[in-house]
Design a protein around this ligand. Structure first.
Ligand code: MGD
Ligand code: MGD
Ligand code: SF4
Ligand code: MO
Length: 737
């Protein structure tokens, strides 16, 4: 921490007599946790952030920040930021209420619901905002244990749930996949870390992504990108396969076919660690380069070249992102991607150093051996579509039905913790009916969102710079074991609560426990953020004391060194999983993945609408900040200029987009990087009115084009949120602006 007496002027020109202190922290607008220097001063007794900057000397991030992070001063001090709790009145308006009173009343209502319907009627949903606080989800889970409810929902089950499910089908590698830092080849299937900072296992992660990619290319790494858009990542690609959305399974099966038929796989590794290779080879035989070319709209030669390029590498993985995980057949896509890595032996071997240190997670064995597939369908049952929860979570795609359907198991209360289901969940109309049907909806958010509008209580949270934290998501993805604890760097103003305080406050009032790894938080009378971090991360492989003492430090000595396999280890990857082989058969008989969608009629829906991230927003967050709104106030429907010309549209025209289940109006924009026949549009914009009169000012939620039941994965329950078959015409709508 340093104090610059001379610096008495903030970036906005504010005169202040107090010194400006530079404090270290990290950004928590998204999961990437970029280290920042924060200039804070005190104006009239209020801690005020004047400016933030990246930390140049940081060993991993090297000064990187993005436009969203640089708006932190505005976010912290935004005039519309909620600073107290609100309660819905009989008249339907909101009135201010002390957070302690709100918690008293919420606890009383929860008790009534539990008495009447049982604890399973109380659900929580932790969204992207909750994930930015290292203790928010832990606190929610502990609350569930305390009251005895399994109704835990998080955005994971509408993000890339296939990733959680696929090890059960194909198995896993205990020592993890190849490191990106050593990769001589990398294949990205539908992700774009230059914009999203997202990391697929073994792929480029969003830490300083442009520089990291440039260096990887300099050391000779080959990059294959499979994406219907020529993304910022694809601009670095040696081969870019501009796949038809939703056809990734055919493409990946075709690549496996080339690799296995030309015997380019790692034969020794396959002999030692893979079962079912013959089944897989047989199942993919039909996916010839010509078949794939025709179906996926990519050149046959490129398919062969990409397969050979991937197999020719010695180190480096294939990984998927949200695009293909939201398209039809998402679990199969994930299965085939892992299969590609497995047949090429892209795993950490004995003696290798694992790049991520997972310092915040418990010590776990890292032997050079497979973990076998496990039984499917072991989680608690949903009441619908034979779906089940998994890995300790229930499915967001079933939550609305669980709220609306009377009977045992019906959900009556929902605590929404940094999420915005009203615009993010599939089938907006169904979601809204469910939110309105609840006996109790509590929303913890610093903004009045479309979801908060429906709440009985809104609780105002502390924001990032006001709380102590550790980067619990990046900890798994960084290319070095790296620690970065931050204390709160400013005091909050108003009656605001850290997410853990909401759950702690409720468990204390309900007289139940709140068990975290380090003990029962409900037994502490006045816990601090740091107490809660200590409790939540009590089993971390680096003690929290050591972790706190080493901000922004790399710990090469803490790297896991892969050990030899257990003698006689019989575990194998399963490349012949029955349900996946059956899915491959099914895919082969389809003309397009869209056939899986109820109501799809060949020829009627010539376009595919795909999801994308935009640099200036994080899902529904961002456009309320002037610096980000300046980048655009709508989520444009990006289309290839020739498609626009053929349809007689010009950039800025309003178009009507119709899927099998819904209609939205969007503002079209020419973008030569989008494949022909594709509309690329980001999600979670607009409101829940179901009307688009304000589309130019607030955007439109693409969730109105989606359904939880028209096409869903039978294991993960995932709905189709990308590669949505649609048709377009000029919009008949007259907008407000
Ligand atoms: N069609 C389509 N649908 C999609 C997707 C898609 O690509 N296409 N993507 C899906 C994915 S991957 C996701 S993750 C979901 C997103 O679903 P959600 O996570 O439910 O949506 P967000 O808009 O990110 O909501 C986060 C909320 O947290 C609040 N917030 C921010 N910081 C804090 C904080 O510190 N504390 C608290 N309490 N709140 C905070 C924000 O104001 C915001 O309202 O949407 C999914 N839906
Ligand atoms: N700036 C910014 N960063 C974000 C977010 C944000 O909203 N804004 N959201 C955060 C969240 S919640 C998440 S989960 C991550 C997601 O991180 P990513 O998965 O990297 O998300 P996207 O950038 O949308 O990349 C998805 C890509 O998939 C492509 N795609 C779409 N459909 C298909 C398909 O059928 N097949 C193939 N092969 N590709 C397809 C799209 O063109 C797009 O380029 O990003 C996080 N980071
Ligand atoms: S990528 Fe941007 S929003 Fe995400 S942590 Fe870094 S600066 Fe913040
Ligand atoms: Mo996400």
């Amino acid at each position: 921490m340093s104090t610059t007496e001379a610096e008495t002027k903030g970036s906005d020109g504010t005169e202040t007599s107090d010194p400006v202190e530079m404090k270290h922290s990290f950004c928590r607008v998204c999961h990437a946790a970029c280290p920042i220097e924060v200039d804070v001063t005190n104006i009239d007794g209020v801690d005020t952030v004047l400016d933030i900057r990246g930390v140049r000397e940081d060993p991993l991030f090297e000064g990187y920040t993005c436009i969203k992070g640089r708006q932190l001063p505005d976010q912290m001090h935004h005039p519309d930021r909620l600073r107290t709790a609100y309660r819905r009145t009989e008249a339907g308006t909101f009135e201010e209420v002390a957070s302690s009173t709100a918690l008293d009343e919420i606890a009383a209502k929860l008790q009534t619901i539990i008495d009447e319907h049982g604890p399973g009627a109380v659900a929580t949903y932790t969204g992207t905002g909750g994930y930015q606080n290292c203790v928010a989800l832990e606190a929610a889970r502990a609350f569930h244990k305390g009251i005895g409810s399994r109704a835990i929902y998080t955005s994971v089950t509408i993000d890339q749930p296939a990733k959680s499910m696929v090890p059960a089908l194909i198995g896993w590698w205990e020592a993890g996949w190849d490191n990106f830092r050593d990769a001589d080849v990398s294949m990205a299937v539908g992700y774009n870390p230059m914009v999203s900072s997202y990391a697929a296992a073994g792929g480029l992660q969003g830490t300083n992504p442009f520089v990291t990619m440039r260096r990887a290319k300099e050391r000779g790494m080959k990059l294959i990108v499979i994406d219907p858009r020529r993304t910022e990542l694809a601009s670095f690609a040696d081969i870019h396969l501009q796949v038809k959305p939703g056809e990734d399974p055919a493409l990946l099966a075709g690549m496996l076919n080339v690799i296995l038929s030309e015997e380019l796989n790692d034969v020794d590794f396959c002999a030692d660690w893979i079962e079912g290779l013959g089944d897989m080879a047989k199942a993919v035989e039909r996916f010839t380069p010509e078949y794939v070319a025709q179906r996926c709209e990519v050149p046959a030669d490129d398919v062969v070249a990409a397969a050979r390029m991937f197999a020719a590498g010695t180190c480096g993985t294939a990984g998927t992102g949200t695009g293909p995980n939201m398209a039809p057949n998402s679990l199969l896509t994930e299965y085939l991607t892992i299969a590609l890595n497995a047949v090429c032996g892209r795993v950490n071997r004995e003696g290798d150093h694992v790049e991520s240190g997972t310092l915040l997670y418990p010590e776990s064995p890292k032997r050079a051996q497979a973990i076998p597939p496990t039984e499917l369908r072991t989680g608690p049952a949903h009441r619908f579509r034979n779906l089940r929860g998994y890995r300790g979570e229930m499915l967001c795609t079933v939550l609305a039905e669980e709220i609306l359907e009377p009977g045992e198991g019906q959900i009556r209360a929902l605590i929404c913790n940094g999420g915005n289901p009203a615009v993010a969940f599939p089938d907006q109309e169904l979601t809204m009916r469910a939110l309105k049907d609840l006996d109790l909806l509590v929303v913890v958010d610093h903004r009045m969102t479309a979801t908060a509008d429906e709440a009985d209580y809104v609780i105002a949270p502390t924001l990032s710079l006001e709380r102590a934290d550790v980067p619990h998501l990046m900890d798994r993805w960084l290319t070095q074991p790296y620690s970065h604890y931050t204390p709160a760097v400013m005091a909050p103003v108003g009656d605001v609560l850290n997410e853990w305080q909401v759950f702690w406050g409720l468990t204390r009032r309900l007289g139940v426990s709140m068990p975290l790894a380090g003990g029962d938080l409900a037994e502490l009378d006045e816990p601090t953020d740091d107490d809660v971090i200590d409790f939540a991360y009590a089993r971390a492989r680096m003690s929290m004391d050591d972790y706190r003492a080493a901000p922004r430090e790399v710990h090469p000595d803490r790297a896991y060194v892969v050990e030899a396999a257990e003698e006689g280890c019989a575990a194998r990857f399963d490349l012949g999983s029955e349900p996946m082989m059956a899915k491959l058969d099914e895919v082969f008989t389809q003309r397009t993945g869209a056939e899986l969608i109820e109501g799809y009629v060949e020829g009627e829906f010539p376009f595919r609408l795909v999801s994308r991230r935009m640099k200036s927003v994080l899902n529904s967050l961002g456009s309320e900040l002037p610096g980000l709104a300046a980048k655009g106030t709508t989520n444009p429907a990006f289309m290839h200029p020739e498609d626009l010309a053929e349809l007689g549209f010009e950039s800025g025209d309003l178009i009507e987009i119709t899927s099998t289940v819904g209609v939205i109006n969007g503002v079209c924009e020419a973008a030569a990087d989008v494949k022909r026949g594709v509309i690329s549009m980001s999600h979670s914009w607009g409101d829940a009115s179901g009307e688009d009169g304000k589309v130019r000012d607030i955007g439109v939620p693409t969730s109105r084009l989606t359904s939880t039941t028209a096409c869903y994965d039978e294991f993960t329950g995932m709905a189709v949120l990308s590669a949505i078959p649609v048709k377009v015409r000029r919009s008949p709508l007259v907008t407000d602006s």
